[in-house]
Design a protein around this ligand. Structure first.
Ligand SMILES: CC(C)(COP(=O)(O)OP(=O)(O)OC[C@H]1O[C@@H](n2cnc3c(N)ncnc32)[C@H](O)[C@@H]1OP(=O)(O)O)[C@@H](O)C(=O)NCCC(=O)NCCS
Length: 213
């Protein structure tokens, strides 16, 4: 008899609930949310963080359904030893060798995502609805790419970068000279990024420029 598929999702917000819906649609029979404040008023049952050991014993797999990279990282550091799994919705497309290059740990690929060939994706990334990632991109740990964003080919997104909804990032000149978005950088929704973005910078607009300095 095949074992029941079980997933426990850190988070209680919209991203966690969307992740739960994706998992349900992929045939997971038990889908739980893990929170600090258990309310259980939602469609999905919540359990407290302190109960994680019970979930491990019951063979749950884990994923972090929180959009903010910093928070995702905090949880991954607090709960290091869990078996994080990738959630890849079957309506997404992953070309070439990209799937092999996906680190097997906690990345969520939502419905409608399109990823070209030779893309490397590290751990705990969220690629939200209908975003696209071009060829030869390199995506660091805890990156969030929001709905409808377009990351062109030969782009490097360093750890904890956020690409806002419907933003576009210009292609890099070549595989070895990628356009670079630094760690912790944020690209505002709808922006068009034409050149490198420094670490922790927030850029906005068309063409995108730095804000808040
Ligand atoms: C870029 C961003 C992080 C800035 O957030 P913030 O620091 O809280 O900034 P504020 O909302 O205070 O806005 C500051 C100014 O920038 C403008 N602004 C904010 N985001 C903008 C954007 N994406 N494009 C153009 N202008 C923007 C605001 O109108 C405001 O202008 P004002 O000072 O003239 O009123 C945020 O607006 C953003 O785009 N986040 C990504 C959201 C996203 O993709 N969510 C996905 C949900 S599924």
């Amino acid at each position: 008899m095949s074992e029941e598929k079980k997933i426990a999702i850190f988070g209680s917000g919209g991203m966690a609930k969307d992740t739960a819906d994706v998992c349900k649609s992929m045939g997971f029979k038990s889908v739980l949310l893990i929170t600090e404040n258990v309310k259980n008023t939602d469609k999905y049952q919540s359990v407290h963080e302190n109960d994680v050991n019970k979930l491990i014993k019951s063979n749950f797999k884990f994923v972090i359904g929180i959009a903010k990279p910093k928070t995702r990282k905090k949880i991954a550091q607090k709960f290091r030893k869990l078996e994080y799994t990738n959630i890849i919705h079957p309506s997404s497309t992953i070309l070439g060798n990209t799937e092999k290059a996906l680190a097997p740990s906690g990345t969520i690929i939502f419905p409608g995502v399109r990823i070209a060939g030779r893309v490397k994706i590290k751990k705990h990334c969220i690629l939200s609805l209908n975003c696209t990632v071009g060829h030869d991109c390199s995506i660091g740990n805890f990156v969030s790419i929001m709905p409808g964003a377009t990351v062109s080919g030969n782009v490097s997104l360093a750890s904890r970068a956020i690409v806002g909804s419907n933003a576009s990032v210009l292609q890099g000149s070549s595989n070895s000279e990628k356009l670079k978005v630094g760690s912790g950088a944020t690209i505002g929704m709808g922006s068009a990024v034409m050149r490198n973005v420094e670490a922790d910078q927030t850029v906005l607009g068309v063409p995108a420029s730095e804000v808040g300095v």
